[in-house]
Design a protein around this ligand. Sequence first.
Ligand code: FAD
Length: 376
Amino acid sequence: MGDAWDLIVVGAGPAGAATALGALSADPRLRVLILDRAAFPRDKACGDGVSPDVTDMLAVLGAPGLLDDWAPVRRLELSHGERRVSRPMRRSVRVVPRTVLDHRLLTAAVDAGARFEQRRVRAVRPRGDVVIVDDDLAGRVVVGADGAYSVVRRVAGVPAVRRRALALRGYVVTPPKWSGRQVIAFDPEHRQAYAWCFDRGDGLANVGYGAFHTDGVSRAVLLRQLGELLPGADGGTDWRGHHLPLSSWRWPQPDGQLLLAGDAAGLINPMTGEGLHYAVATGALAGRAAAAAVTARRPETAGARHRMAVRALLGRHLRHTATAARLSAVPAVLMAGVTAADRDQHVFDDLVDLGLGQGRLTRRVLVGLARALTVR
Ligand SMILES: Cc1cc2nc3c(=O)[nH]c(=O)nc-3n(C[C@H](O)[C@H](O)[C@H](O)COP(=O)(O)OP(=O)(O)OC[C@H]3O[C@@H](n4cnc5c(N)ncnc54)[C@H](O)[C@@H]3O)c2cc1C
C-alpha cells in the first residue's frame, strides 16, 4: 500500500466531483483520489433539471459557466387534473443530460488536481488513523458519494434511508406544445406521483414518471402512467430507472473519517425529487470539512465538521420540506398549492425555492394554501 491519500472520494457523480472541488479549492496541495465503477462519460437516470443554485455553487467552486452552452428554461407548468399553473420562474433552470453534466464536473475536478480511477469499491474499513479501501488504498478521510445504494453509508453505520421513490426517464423529440418549458403533471389517480417533460433545448426532451409510493410499481406501470398523464411522452427511447432516497426531518452524519454526500447521504427533496443541488452543496461541504480536518492533522474530526456545516446550511430547510411533503401527500392540499401558485407569482416563487432550492414554507405560501382551501 502506498502513501495514504488525504481524501478518497467513492463515486464520481455530482456529489463526488463537488467533494473534490470543495477540498481542492480549500487547499490545492491535497492529494485527492476519486473512484467510480463507471468509465466517464456515463449515463444516470435523472430528469436532468439543473437548478440555478447548482450553477452558482459551481462558480464558487472554481467551475464557472460550465453549462452556459445549454438553453435556459424559464417557464414551469404544474397541473393536477383540471387545476393548472404556468408561470416564469424567478431564475432559469437548465436541462442537461447527465452524460454531459457529470463528465464536465469530473473533468473540472481532475483539472483542479484530483486523480480519477475507474474501480468498483467493494470494501471500506477504518483502521487506526486511516481508512482502508479495498485492501490496497488508504485515505485519511473517505467521502461516500456513491449514490442511492451506497457502500460507504452501510460501513459508516448509518441506517438505510426509510423512504425511497422510484422513477423512470427517457427521451423524446420535444413536442412543440412542451417546447421551452418544464412540465409537471401530478397524477390525480395516484398519491405523490407525477409525470414530467423537461425540454433540453436541443430538440429533445427528458420525460419520465416518478412514484413516491413504490409498492407494486414496475417499469411497465410507470410507463403506462406516464402515457396516461402526458400522451406521447411514453414513446421515447433510452429508458432508465433508479431509486431516489428521500430526505427526512433529521439528517444523520456520524463522527469520524467517513463522510456522506448527495444521494448516499439520503438527500433528495421529498416533495419534488430534486437531488442535484443537495449533491453539489453537500459534496462541497464534505470536501471542505475533509480539507480542514486533514490540514489540522485531526482527520477524525471530519465527520463532526461536516455534520455541523450541513445542518447549518440545510437543517431548517429539510424540516420544512419534510413538512411540505406530508402536506402535499393530501390531494386537496396539493390542488390548493397549484391554485395558490396560479393566483400569486410570489407563492409560485416560494414553492419553486422550496422544491428546487433551499427555501422554506413561507407565511405567504401557508396563507395562499389556506385561502385556496377555503375560498374556491
Ligand atoms: C429518474 C430520476 C429523475 C431525477 N430528476 C432529477 C432532476 O431533474 N433534478 C435533480 O436535481 N435531481 C433529479 N434526480 C435526483 C438526482 O439524479 C440525484 O440526486 C443525483 O444523481 C445525486 O448525485 P450523486 O452524485 O449523489 O449520486 P449519483 O449521481 O448516483 O452518482 C453516484 C456515483 O457513484 C458510483 N458508485 C456507486 N457505487 C460505487 C462503488 N461501489 N464503487 C465505485 N463507484 C460507485 C456510481 O457509478 C455513480 O457514478 C432524479 C433522480 C431520478 C432517479
